[in-house]
Design a protein around this ligand. Structure first.
Ligand code: 5GP
Ligand code: ZN
Length: 139
């Protein structure tokens, strides 16, 4: 199946573009969660962040900040969620790496992570993570 975001990059499909550089592009989400909800994508097909070459990540950063500043200026938002759904269980639907820019305002009806039920970490998880941290520190 052909990737819809590659089609947008290749100009085979329309999108309301906001920003573009040689390696990244941003455009309005077709089903926005809030006014100005946008997506930033690399001009490179990578399923997720781990498959993305670093120079495209840098271009994404430029596109992300420029797009957010544009939304700030034009629509007056000052608060945002920057979000990446990584994998099916995290809600990823389009498997071409992308970041969401979701403008936020008071009482907009969207949640923040702080509205959610919190879990208590097991001792086993904490120990595993501590060991992992040590592993990375020494390699
Ligand atoms: P995710 O994979 O991060 O869960 O969601 C993909 C996002 O892409 C959704 O918010 C969806 O509305 C948006 N999207 C899917 N298809 C299109 C499209 O053809 N054009 C645009 N502009 N956005 C799309
Ligand atoms: Zn793609």
């Amino acid at each position: 199946m052909e990737c819809i975001f590659c089609r947008i990059v290749n100009q085979e499909m329309d999108a309301t573009k906001i920003y573009e550089n040689d390696k990244a592009i941003s455009f309005l989400d077709i089903a926005p969660l809030s006014n100005g909800h946008s997506l930033v994508i690399p001009k490179y097909h990578a399923n997720n962040l781990f498959d993305l070459p670093q120079d495209y990540w840098m271009a994404m950063y430029t596109a992300l900040t420029a797009t957010t500043k544009a939304i700030e200026k034009v629509l007056g938002f000052t608060d945002f969620n920057f979000m990446n759904n990584h994998g099916k269980n995290a809600g990823q639907v389009v498997f071409h790496y992308h970041m969401h820019i979701i403008p936020r305002e008071q009482n907009d009806g969207l949640n923040t992570i702080h509205d959610r039920h919190k879990i208590t970490l097991s001792k086993e998880t904490i120990t595993k993570m501590q060991k992992t941290a040590l592993l990375f520190k020494h390699t």
